[in-house]
Each structure stands twice: as structure tokens, then as C-alpha cells.
Ligand binder design. Structure first.
Ligand SMILES: [Zn+2]
Length: 312
């Protein structure tokens, strides 16, 4: 699976750059978030999950949080929270894994979650088997895929200020039944059939794809360059309205719920200090303002009609 985000990615970057409080992302943060965005779309496309796939990095360095959320229709949003300075040549560990405490979480949140049902979440560290710090988010996610799905996966990711792109190659079980019955059995059978060898060869070809190629070449050229000796079956790409695009899910109602969860006391103290409650959306940059009447309405249930109509 190959993904190439252009307009959606540029939209995300432009919204951040327009935020007067934060300004644009430094180049290494932009690369991290872009690679996460490409990976999120690939993972959502791969599992075809009926709900949001949320990819998060909880950092212990100057980047505290990175979030990418991809819906089943491939609409997506992404943001990073930076709490300290990031050098122009910062590595992944210098940003999010200074003390090896950084974590990556993958959450699958079902669309029609039943009351009490928790979203599924898998968490992996940002270090390898020997405790060594991983410097590519692709390696972190390959570990996750091997742990959670028991499937060998190769991920190649890259992002700059125009494109966020990724390639995902995964070894599929030959037979679903055989795979469920036990991995060893299926591995043996695959070896006998020469399938392991096939996967190894294709994995090596895929890993040979360079960052620069992934960012600048179209799908046709990449597929030809990597797999020209392999038989290929191509699927119709998802583009435009069916493809990945930026969309934020924030709303005045959700922000209102969040403010209500702070409690009357907290909200009253904010209003006493600032005269109103202002909340900005980190994903899209929208500003939500609740004046004292709006805020009081959150607690009495008498929310003024935002369209200017009357309240009954
Ligand atoms: Zn928003």
C-alpha cells in the first residue's frame, strides 16, 4: 500500500503556520508528524476499521505529544504539542525519547461504541529489543505490527513541507485458518512453499526505496522501480472525495462539554480573570468563545441558541 498526502498535508501545515501562538512546526517536528500522518492512513487502509484510528506519540522531550486521527473514510487531522526548543537537526529521540520514556500508542475507537465499551489500545516503547533508542517512527510501528498482528511488516515513511508519503508491505497469512491454528505451523508451511523467501525479497526491495524517491516520484514510477520483476495486481487509488483529506471534528458542542468537565468553580475563576472562556482547536485552529452567559448556560442546560434564535 502506497500513500501520498499533498493537499491534506499542506492544509495541516498551513493551519499550524497561521496560529499566531505557535507558529509553524520546526523541520524535524514536521517530518515526524508527516510520517505519522502517512503511517496513520496506511494503517487505517490496511485494517479497514469501522472507527477512528488514532496514532499518538507521548514524548518525554521537547515534543510532548503528536496525534494523528484517521477516520474510515480517510479524512484525517493531526497536531503536535511542543513544550521546548527543537534544534534544526534534532533526531527522533532528541524530540520525544530523551530518557527512553517516550511511548507510541495506537488506538482503535469503534464508531458505534456501546456504553461502557473501551476503545482498543496498543502501546509500544520507542526503543528496540536491546533497549536502543529507535530513530525512525517506521521501526516503532513495525514493532507494533509484529506484536499486535503477528505479521511481518515493512514501512518506509518520509515527509517534507509539501508531501507526506509512505509505503507499507505486509506478509499476509497464506491461509487464515492455518495462521490462526499456530504461527509455527504456518511459518513452516510458508517456508516449504517458498513464500518466506518471496516476502524477504520483496521486503528488501521495499526497504531500498529512498526518502527522496518516496517524496518525489509518482506511484507508477515507484512500483516499476521497485517491483519491475514481480507480477503486480494494482487496485484503483482512492483520490479526491474518497481519498485522504483534512477534516476536523471539533464543534462548539464538544468544546462546551470539555468546559463543563472543568467544573463550575474552575470556569468561574477563568471568567473572573479573563471575562470569558476562549478555547482554540489545536487541529484546525478554530477559536471558540464562551462569554459569561454562554458559560453559565453550560451548567444550567440553558445553552443559548448560537443561530440567534430564542431559548425555550
Ligand atoms: Zn478543529
Amino acid at each position: 500500500m502506497l500513500v501520498r498526502l499533498t493537499d491534506a498535508w499542506q492544509d495541516i501545515l498551513a493551519r499550524r503556520a497561521a496560529n499566531s501562538e505557535t507558529g509553524a512546526y520546526p523541520a524535524p517536528v514536521r517530518q515526524l508528524l508527516g510520517e505519522m500522518a502517512a503511517a496513520g492512513v496506511l494503517m487505517q487502509g490496511n485494517i479497514k476499521f469501522n472507527g477512528a484510528l488514532v496514532l499518538q506519540i507521548f514524548g518525554d522531550g521537547p515534543v510532548k505529544l503528536g496525534v494523528v486521527e484517521v477516520q474510515p473514510d480517510f479524512s484525517l487531522r493531526a497536531t503536535c504539542t511542543q513544550v521546548g526548543d527543537v534544534a534544526e537537526d534534532a533526531t527522533l529521540s532528541q524530540m520525544v525519547n530523551v530518557n527512553n520514556q517516550g511511548r507510541c500508542a495506537i488506538t482503535l475507537d469503534p464508531q458505534d461504541r456501546l456504553p461502557g465499551q473501551q476503545p482498543y489500545q496498543g502501546v509500544v516503547p520507542l526503543f528496540g529489543d536491546q533497549g536502543e533508542k529507535l530513530e525512525n517512527i517506521s521501526e516503532v510501528l513495525e514493532h507494533y505490527m509484529l506484536q499486535s498482528e503477528q505479521l511481518d511488516t515493512v514501512l518506509v515513511l518520509a515527509a517534507d513541507d509539501k508531501v507526506a508519503a509512505g509505503l507499507l508491505i505486509q506478509r499476509l497469512p497464506i491461509e487464515g485458518e492455518g495462521n490462526l491454528a499456530g504461527k509455527a505451523d504456518s511459518v513452516e508451511r510458508e517456508a516449504a512453499l517458498g513464500q518466506s523467501e518471496d516476502f524477504s525479497r520483496i521486503a528488501i526491495l521495499s526497504k531500498s526505496l529512498k526518502r527522496e524517491e518516496l517524496l518525489t516520484l509518482d506511484a507508477e514510477t515507484i512500483l516499476h522501480r521497485l517491483y519491475w520483476e514481480e507480477p503486480l495486481a494494482r487496485f484503483e487509488p482512492f483520490v479526491g472525495e474518497t481519498g485522504p483529506r483534512f477534516a476536523c471534528r471539533c464543534s462548539r458542542e464538544r468544546v462546551g462539554n470539555m468546559i463543563r468537565s472543568l467544573g463550575t468553580e474552575e470556569v468561574e475563576s477563568i471568567i473572573a480573570e479573563r471575562g470569558q472562556v476562549d478555547v482554540g482547536c489545536d487541529f484546525c485552529g478554530a477559536e471558540y468563545r464562551f462569554d459569561p452567559v454562554d458559560a453559565a448556560g453550560l451548567f444550567t442546560g440553558l445553552v443559548p441558541d448560537v443561530s440567534g434564535g430564542s431559548v425555550h
